[in-house]
Write a protein that binds this ligand. Sequence first.
Ligand code: NIG
Ligand code: FE
Length: 429
Amino acid sequence: MNGNLIIKNANELVTCSGFAAKKGAEMSELHVIPDGAVLVKAGVIEAVGQTAEIDASLEKSGGELSDYDVIDAQNKAVLPGFVDSHTHLIFGGYRAEEFSWRLRGDSYMDIMQRGGGIINTVRATRESSANDLLQAGIKRLDSMLAFGVTTVEGKSGYGLDKDTEIKQLEVMNHLDGIHYLDIIPTFLGAHAVPEEYKDRQDQFIDFMIQDVMPEVAERHLAQYCDVFCEQNVFSVDQSRRLLTKAAEMGFSLKLHADEIVQLGGAELAAELNASSADHLLQASDEGIRRMAEAGVIATLLPGTAFSLKESYARGRFMIDSNCAVALATDFNPGSCFSESVPLLVALATLYMGITTEEAISALTINGAAALDRADVIGSIDAGKQADIVILEYPSYKFIPYNIGVNTVEKVVKKGNLVFDKEKGGMTYC
Ligand code: NIG
Ligand code: FE
C-alpha cells in the first residue's frame, strides 16, 4: 500500500477536469479521454492522458514499472471517486416502524410533531456508546465505499445536548482516522428542538451558540455548521443568528433549506455566502437566482424527496439558472435510509431532468466543491488526491442505464486499491 499506481487502457477516462465548482452549462463537460491512463505516485495523481503518453512519461522520468501496481482498465470506464456531500451517518437506533406509518399515510412532519422523527433518533443516540456508534459507522462507510464513495460528509444533530453532539463529532473524527473514506464532519446542533427546550427555540439557539459551538470550534471537531431552517423547526431569523455566530467562530456554513415549506432558506444561504444550501424542494426562483449569483452550491437530495413522496427539487431549472448543482444521498435513519448512489442517479436523471453528464459532475467535482475541496478531490487531474472508481462497464453512460444497480467494480483511495468486486469486496493490506 504505497500509493503508487498506474491505471491504463481505460475505454473512457472520465476526468471531470477542473479545480472549482462547475456551474450551469459547464456541468455537461466531463472531459473524457479515450484509451486513458493515470499515473499515481504516493497517492497523488502525477499524470493523466492517453495510455501511450503515460507510458512514455514514465519512461522519460526514469520511473521503474516495478514500483507501481498496475490496473488494466480495458473495456472499463474510469471516473473520480464520488463525493457524498450530505449525510447523517452517525446515529443510534432505526425508525423502520415510522417508515411503515408513513406508508399508511402519516407525514414526516406529523410524526415529528408527535415526538417521533428526529427526536426518536436523538433518544437512541444519547443512549448509544461511542463505540456502538463507531462500529455502526464502520459498516455504513464500508457500504458507501462499495458504491464508489471516497469522501463523505457527516452531520451531528442527533444529540441536541452538549455531550451527545460532541460524541457524534468525535466518532466521525475517529472514523476519518481509521477508515479508508475521508469523513468531513458538520455540526448540526440546531437540527430539531429537544423536549427540554419545547417552545423555547430562541433559548435553544442561545445554548448552542454559548455552550456547545465554542468547544466544537476550539477542538476543530467540525468544519461546517448546518441548521434545519424549516417551519416549526428553526425560522430564517433564528437560522441567521446561529449561522452568523458560527461564521465568526470559523465554521463554513450549510443549510437544510426550503425542504418542506418555502421559507427563504435559499435567499439566506446566498446572503450568508454559505458553501451550500441543501434540499431546496420548495426554493423560490429568486432564491435560486441569488444562489447562482453568490456561488452557493445547490445540493439536491432526490432520495429524500422519493422517500417522503414529495416533488423533486427543480434541478433542471437550477442548472439552467447557472447554479452549480451537487447530488448527495442524505443518508439518515428517517427521511432517507439509503446510501445508494445508483438510486440517487436514477432519480436525478429520470425524474429531475438532469443529464447523465450533469449527474456525474454533481457527484464528483461539485460534491467536492460543496465541501470546499474542489482543489484536492472531485476530478482526475494532476496534483489531486488519487480517489478513483473503475466501472465494470466501458462507459459512464451505464451508471443510470443499469437502473438501481451498482456498476462500480473497483475503488482506489489515495492510490491504493481498497475495494474490488472481483476479489469479493474490500481489499486490506
Ligand atoms: O436531511 N430534514 C432534516 N434532517 C434530515 C432528516 C433527519 C431524520 O429524519 O432523522 C434530512 O432530511
Ligand atoms: Fe439532511
